[in-house]
Design a protein around this ligand. Sequence first.
Ligand SMILES: Nc1ncnc2[nH]cnc12
Ligand SMILES: [Zn+2]
Length: 326
Amino acid sequence: MTRNLLKAEIHCHIEGAAPPSVTEKQARKYGVDTSAFLRDGAYQWRDFSEFLIAYDAVAALFRTEEDYALLTEAYLSELAAINTIYSEIIVSPDHGDRIGLGADAYLAGICDGILAAKEKTGIEARIIVTGERHFGPDRVISAAEYAARAKNPLVTGFNMAGEERMGRVADYARAFYIARDAGLGLTIHAGEVCGPFSVTDALDLVKPARIGHGVRAIEDDALVARLAELGTVLEVCPGSNIALGVFDDFDSHPLKRLKAGGVKVCINSDDPPFFDTSLAREYEIAAEVMGMSDAEINEMTRTALQAAFVDDTTKARLLQRFDAQT
Ligand SMILES: Nc1ncnc2[nH]cnc12
Ligand SMILES: [Zn+2]
């Protein structure tokens, strides 16, 4: 039973956290037919490509600063209610531009949601700006430039999500150099849909502190050893991996094997309602399905806090609070 454990999450896409009921409400508000991607209260997709299409369709229904403020506040409040003390949400200002809201208003709405949730629940949260790989290197570089010049104290990291099979990391590397120069923490989706080469590319070219997923590194023992040696943190999202067919079931999921191999891992929900999950469920799966002890789960939460893209004072405060209760 993980209900009472303190929790942290460092990998969740904000639009991917939109509950179907909220998306339906947004669709009614804007007069949009959702039948292609939302039926019977559930998001509809059959594979990774269709998932990305459904994701973008859902995202297109959040159109105002207030839409984003409410979505963010609701998600963070849900996390706080299950004893989550820290959250990083992945956002795409480029998406704000695409829907005509504008990147600044998009980000302002998300910041409002973070501040409102913090005031009501005490949850600490930060923002990771992401580039979407399937929109090409120029857009990813623009996202990094935007994150760098935003100088927003809540924006503390840079990521690249989207279609991992498009291009190679080298095509996008410049975006990460821009983000690193601006003092942002780096993480990148790799080793989710593509195999170990994708993780190797990320380590060689981006040198990120963290990798989103990275789970297919398990196919290469030397790469597992390299991740352990470097101390690179894998933001593992087991429910997402099973839903997307990266692994057949939780028994064959490599979370425990990566951890046993010395790799730093933590658990996350990615896009919870798309994958019929939640952060609470991911913790329960670790305990009840994968058989991990409270001590092992707490170790992963501590890893997430230690790897957080947050200032030293806040991190020390979070760790102190966490250690006092474990
Ligand atoms: N799991 C995932 N992989 C890549 N891009 C994403 N965008 C939202 N969720 C994603
Ligand atoms: Zn993700």
